[in-house]
Structures are given as C-alpha cells and as structure tokens.
Design a protein around this ligand. Sequence first.
Ligand SMILES: CC(C)(COP(=O)(O)OP(=O)(O)OC[C@H]1O[C@@H](n2cnc3c(N)ncnc32)[C@H](O)[C@@H]1OP(=O)(O)O)[C@@H](O)C(=O)NCCC(=O)NCCS
Length: 202
Amino acid sequence: MITFFIQKVKNFIFNSFESFQSNKEARKKKIIFSNCKAIGTNFNLGKDYHVHNPQYIEIGDNFIAGVRFRIEAWDSYYDQKFSPKIKIGNNVIFNTDIHIGCIDKIEIGKNCLFGSRIYITDHHHGGPTLEMLKIAPKDRPLSSKGPVIIKDNVWVGEGVAIMPNVTIGENSIIATNAVVTKDVPANCVVAGVPAKVINIIK
Ligand SMILES: CC(C)(COP(=O)(O)OP(=O)(O)OC[C@H]1O[C@@H](n2cnc3c(N)ncnc32)[C@H](O)[C@@H]1OP(=O)(O)O)[C@@H](O)C(=O)NCCC(=O)NCCS
C-alpha cells in the first residue's frame, strides 16, 4: 500500500515537472514566433529550434517543422548591413535538422515538402579570391549572388543543399542528396552534385 502511494506521488511530481517544462517551451515558442513579420494559424514546431531575427520572417498557415529547425535572417555582420526577407507559404512541411540562412531573400511557395538535413542559403563568406584567402573565413564579408525562390508544390528530398541565386520551378522534385546550384525548371526531377535534370514530367 505504501509503495503504491509513493509511486503515485512520484508520478504526480514527474507529470507536473513535464507539464511545467512543456508549458515553458510553448510560452518561449509563442514569444519568439509572435515577433515574426507574419505568422499563420496552426503552427507546429519541434524542440531545439533557433530563430535569428524573426521580424524579417513570414510564415503561412499550417506550418510544420520537426526538431532542430534553424532559421536565420542576418541584418548585420560585423559592420555590414543587410535587409533579409524570408517568406514561407501556406501548408509547408519541414522534417528534422533544417538550416535556412538569409541575408537577401528566401521565398518558399505553398504546399512544399522538405525531407531532413536540408540547407538553404542565399549567401557565402566572401568569394574564392586570393584577397579573401588572406582573411579568416569567419571574418570574410558575407555576399549574396541572389535570392533563393522555391515555387509552389516542390518536394525536396533528404540531405539536399539549395545554394544562392537559384529558382526551383513549380511541382519539381529534388532527389536525395542533390546540391542545387542552378535554376530548376517546373515539373521535373533533378538529382546529383551539382543537380541536373534527370526527368521531365509530362
Ligand atoms: C528523385 C526520386 C523521387 C526519383 O524516384 P524514381 O522516379 O522512382 O526514380 P528511379 O529510382 O527510377 O531512378 C531514376 C534514375 O535516377 C537516378 N536517381 C534516383 N535518385 C537519385 C539520387 N538521389 N541521386 C542521383 N541519382 C538518382 C537513378 O539511379 C536512376 O538512374 P538511371 O536511369 O541511370 O538508372 C527518388 O530517387 C528520391 O530521391 N526521392 C526522395 C526520397 C526522400 O528523400 N524522401 C524524404 C521524405 S520527405
């Protein structure tokens, strides 16, 4: 009887702690994401996220992202200044371990699906010049070749990297582990490093 009672008390303490922790997490999430430029209804995000400058980020309705979602809009780096804009449309799903980094513009259309371990960036640390090699990589100025635009209904497979100055056309599929360095037309499948069209869907 006493053992039963002790177990009950232990369960009560454990459940209260769990509930306190998850309420704390929900409050933190709410505070961070309510600072977004816009945020839709039905927002679902896993643990261990990181958001840098939510005021430059717009997120549509029915957003889902798994654990370790990292999204960064850089408006300054040392003495450099930027005007970053990240826009994510309605009904977009990201799996786990996503990193989105922006100094210029990253736009994701509606109904897009992303696998895990995906990197989307519109910038580099300096260019590949001898001048730049004299500076430590972290101290090189950030530069963008152009925005990343992902149109509606795109499916991005696991382990994909999407590099600066790339537009991915509507309905296209990016195969697992591709590195996208050039524009992708609509309605096609691209694969490889660098990604090339392997199928035009007709
Ligand atoms: C792109 C994809 C959809 C193509 O599937 P599919 O149409 O069934 O294609 P197939 O398996 O018939 O392969 C077609 C060709 O593309 C090649 N290919 C397929 N996936 C590839 C990849 N990731 N990288 C390089 N080549 C690939 C195949 O080797 C094959 O080449 P071949 O014609 O010379 O033999 C699929 O390979 C893929 O990457 N799916 C993503 C899965 C994923 O990441 N899911 C995460 C959950 S959101």
